[in-house]
Design a protein around this ligand. Structure first.
Ligand code: K1U
Ligand code: ZN
Length: 172
């Protein structure tokens, strides 16, 4: 297992539409394991393959609370097949360090995906897991949470983020 480097905005891989996974090979299983280790180390509640520079439709999530058992989900070629309601929760992103904003999302989603044994799975969910699925599937479509902001808020984000990146570079 390995902890992989997480790409930061504005890396161009983050803006690309990821390719479907056509076969669930041992290479994909190893990539998924490394993504899980990277997500837990960050720490984060989700991670999409483009965030580690692999433009493939693979995500991992674990939205369990601190005192709950882990609830790891690995989703290959995930799709939102039904959505309803509205919510607006604060989000962060491991690829946009140091910046948080509220994003309008669907409150409840039904997600269809393949697991690592190539079985079709459907999950209906709400709350943080529903938000995290939408956030991670956005990554597969080259969309970041800041792309959902109004142009005014995106302008503010760009100014703040320039400073955040400068500070990060000073720390290196
Ligand atoms: O995709 C990512 O960049 C991961 C991101 C996902 C996410 C955040 C917030 C709402 C929905 C989806 C993160 O995990 S950012 C870190 C984070 O939210 C967190 C970290 C530790 C404990 C709890 C949350
Ligand atoms: Zn993200």
């Amino acid at each position: 297992m390995a902890i992989l480097k997480i790409l930061h905005y504005p890396d161009p891989v983050l803006a690309k539409t990821a390719e479907p996974v056509t076969e669930i090979t041992d290479e994909i299983r190893t990539l998924a394991e490394d993504m899980v280790e990277t997500m837990y180390a960050a720490p984060g509640v989700g991670l999409a393959a483009p965030q580690i520079g692999i433009s493939q439709r693979l995500i991992v999530l674990d939205c369990s609370g601190k005192d709950e058992p882990p609830q790891l989900i690995t989703a290959v070629n995930p799709e939102i097949v039904e959505e309803e309601g509205e919510c607006c929760e604060e989000e962060g992103c491991l690829s946009v360090p140091g910046y948080y904003a509220r994003v309008d999302r669907s409150a409840r989603v039904k997600v269809r995906f393949q697991d690592l044994q190539d079985r079709m799975v459907e999950i209906e969910t709400e709350g943080l897991l529903a938000v995290a699925f939408q956030h991670e599937i956005d990554h597969l479509n080259g969309v970041l949470f800041v792309d959902h902001l109004s142009s005014l808020k995106k302008g503010i984000f760009k100014k703040k983020y320039k400073k955040i990146l400068e500070q990060l570079e000073e720390q290196l």
